[in-house]
Design a protein around this ligand. Sequence first.
Ligand SMILES: [Zn+2]
Length: 142
Amino acid sequence: MSQWIRRSTRLAVYLRDGLVCVYCGADGRHGGAVLVVDHLVPRVLGGGNDPGNLATACWTCNARRRAVPLWEFVAGLDDAEAIRRRVRNARRRALPRQEARELDQDPPDWLVALRERSDAGRRPDPLEPPSEAFHLWPVAAP
Ligand SMILES: [Zn+2]
């Protein structure tokens, strides 16, 4: 089974979720957040790449969560109930695959910028203080 999620599928997940992190609301277009696809059930716990198991997360929340089970991660966040609602809504919606394919072929400026930030070499520097996303939804240290 392939571990790779193709680029247009990742973009479709972002579009379905409004291009914001389902956990903290960081915006991938205007706020400069680096978006990644998060596995709701982590792969190490048996989660797959089906759209119902994928959600948009910012790099900071994704790094913060690691492979912590979703219920446990969300329970530690300030606005847990709103986050549960966002995740449930995201899982119910279909992936806008066609829209993603079209944008992928002719990317607007915001998508080009998002991709550039998402490149591995441009991820947040781990030696720098965490971004504002940490401060919006502080969670207890593990
Ligand atoms: Zn986030």
